[in-house]
Write a protein that binds this ligand. Structure first.
Ligand code: ATP
Ligand code: MG
Length: 590
């Protein structure tokens, strides 16, 4: 994949070109808007729409949003913002069984957190598809009356059989030619709850021989005795997505209805339906148009609410905001910033052909977003004690020396962090080697390294336990080599190590996350994605951090020097018991 230059102005794409040409040609002119969604009657005397375009982000509230939705949010809200339009947040809740208020709230949170808003000029454009059930019912009745829909009482099996195949036309239902009045009667009975689920459906009457199977009299309403999260038990018939969605778009005066490529074959039905409903005076012209773009596929990730829900329900992760999940809530808790997700969306762009995006692209956007912003700190994740055996000669009576380092190396105005250097400190276990491999420049007996922001020290040995594992490393300080003093450059060393002082370091928990799946395409080709779960996706380390970092508010990001980006956990971090999640490692280790 080619990553566009992030410094360039907004790269164009086929959707921008379509919108620009629509605006130039005047094809969107004449749209009326009554301030709220409405059918043709409600719009008849409405003023012209002040919004130059209208887009919508239409999630079904049946789960938490994921990184793929973030792409769609950035796209739809971004286009509206850039072209003087409005983007609606539409909760597409036409399928009662899996929908829930918890998800509605989570969706609002995710959109707002990403930096977008459905309130434009003081008007909220949050809508629920279920608010349109009455109009949808009337639309269905209008189709029946016009001979464009009928109630079919075939069994589900018979319907499937009679639908035909890609090479064979379908077969007409015996109910296809029934009089409109009879269908109308049956449809009313369906609504009244007088027929069992699955006993009959309402179908559009289009063409059973159409080469596009979606046009072979698609089902538009079915019976479902399910309680809906907003309409309760008022309805026992529910519209199909393919019927509901175009109507929702038309009522909301959407101009560009942008969806993923799987819906390309549905576009002819979208246009058929709205064309008929406009002719019947149900919805107003000009009509919305559907455009398809390639969904986001990200390596090492599953982006399907159903599969994510399964991971949560089966306890394979700790919840919808588990930092290993690609949900927006999980990414946020992992330390991904809203800016990094927007940058990612911009870099991957939109296209008409499906592709897999490497997870590294997401991590790259995160680093580019955080590098200029995250405060630096030192942390030791796998601690080994270092004892400076001649410290008393250097530090004198107090035993501790003040040290400081910039909060950000390129932003001196952000000040300096303070910490203490003393006789004992914590270093990374991996910074010491008894038998140094070739090219190892850190601590080993006889070698000199610099303690970052401190002195050059020379390793003089170590104390071991019975198995020979080092318990503490011993080193001698070279006086007059302290960083920032005239003698600092007198002794040349090849290695610099980070550390925290035993006197003022704070014990901390580090949650080291790795990918949730070991397979780059865990669910490709219908594979069992659970089979490639990574058993080591979370490792908890206990170590130490410098004192200033503990005072961070939950949700604050840091770059731990040499380790990578971490975030103070939004739920569990406190100053007394700090908890940091590793967001991502640095580009190149040490
Ligand atoms: P899922 O299968 O995960 O439930 P969905 O498409 O069924 O996804 P919706 O809630 O219907 O979920 O999606 C809301 C919007 O987000 C739709 O317009 C859809 O096109 C878009 N969307 C969903 N997944 C992706 C993705 N991976 N990449 C880009 N857009 C997506
Ligand atoms: Mg879906």
């Amino acid at each position: 994949m080619q990553v566009p230059d992030p410094t360039a102005t907004k790269p164009s794409n086929f959707l921008r070109q379509i919108i620009e040409s629509d605006l130039a040609s005047g094809s969107l002119d004449g749209r009326r808007y009554a301030g709220v969604p409405g059918d043709a009657r409600q719009l008849a005397d409405a003023p012209p729409d002040a919004a130059r375009i209208r887009t919508r982000f239409p999630p079904e509230p049946n789960g938490y949003l994921h990184i793929g939705h973030a792409k769609s949010i950035c796209l739809n809200f971004g286009l509206a913002r850039d072209y003087g339009g409005v983007c609606h947040l539409r909760l597409d809740d036409t399928n009662p069984e899996k929908e829930d208020e918890e998800y509605v709230q989570a969706i609002r949170d995710a959109v707002r957190w990403l930096g977008f808003d459905w309130v434009a000029a003081g008007v909220s454009h949050e809508y629920f598809a279920s608010d349109y059930f009455d109009i949808m019912y009337r639309a269905a009745c209008a189709l029946i009356e016009a001979g464009l829909a009928y109630v079919d009482e075939q069994s589900a099996d018979a319907m499937r059989r009679n639908r035909g195949t890609l090479t064979e036309p379908g077969v007409d239902s015996p109910w296809r030619a029934r009089p409109a009045a009879e269908s109308m009667q049956r449809f009313a009975e369906m609504r009244e709850g007088r027929h069992a689920e699955g006993s009959m459906v309402l179908r559009a009457r289009i063409d059973m021989a159409s080469p596009n199977i979606n046009l072979r009299d698609p089902t538009i309403y079915r019976i479902k005795f399910a309680e809906h999260h907003r309409t309760g038990n008022r309805w026992c018939i529910y519209p199909m997505y393919t019927f509901a969605h175009p109507i929702e778009d038309a009522l909301e005066r959407i101009t560009h209805s942008i969806c993923t490529l799987e819906f390309e074959d549905q576009r002819p039905f979208y246009d058929w339906l709205l064309g008929r409903l406009a002719d019947l005076g149900v919805v107003a012209r000009p009509l919305p148009h559907q455009y398809e773009f390639a969904r986001l596929n990200l390596s090492y990730v599953v982006t399907s609410k159903r599969k994510l829900a399964q991971l949560v329900a089966e306890g394979r992760v700790a919840g919808w905001d588990d930092p290993r999940l690609p949900t927006i809530a999980g990414l946020r808790r992992r330390g991904y910033t809203a800016g990094s997700l927007r940058l990612f969306a911009e870099r991957i762009g939109v296209s008409k052909s499906d592709a897999w995006i490497d997870y590294a692209t997401l991590e790259g956007a995160l680093r580019d977003d955080l590098d200029p912003r995250a405060a630096r700190a030192m942390a030791v994740l796998d601690p080994l004690k270092l004892v400076l055996v001649n410290w008393d000669e250097v530090a004198g009576a107090s035993g501790l020396e003040d040290c400081s380092a910039p909060v950000h190396p390129h932003q001196p105005e952000r000040g300096r962090r303070q910490f203490k250097l003393g006789r004992e400190l914590w270093i990374e276990r991996s910074d010491y080697a008894e038998q140094p491999p070739k090219g190892f420049f850190r601590l080993f007996p006889g070698n000199r390294v610099r303690l970052k922001y401190g002195y050059v020290v020379e390793c003089v040995g170590a104390r071991h336990d019975a198995d020979g594992t080092p318990l503490e490393v011993h080193a001698r300080v070279l006086p007059d080599t302290r960083s920032g003093t005239p003698g600092a450059d007198a002794v040349k060393v090849k290695g610099v190590i980070t550390w925290v002082g035993a006197a003022d370091a704070v014990a901390a928990e580090f949650r080291l996350y790795d990918r949730l799946f070991v397979d780059a395409q865990p669910d490709a080709g219908g594979r069992d994605f659970l089979a490639s779960l990574n058993p080591h996706s979370l490792r908890v380390a206990r170590g130490w951090i410098e004192p200033d970092a503990t005072r961070a508010e939950p949700g604050t990001s840091f770059q731990f020097e040499r380790h990578g980006y971490f975030v103070a956990d939004a739920s569990d971090h406190t100053a007394a018991a700090p908890v940091f999640n590793r967001t991502t490692a640095l580009r190149s280790a040490v």
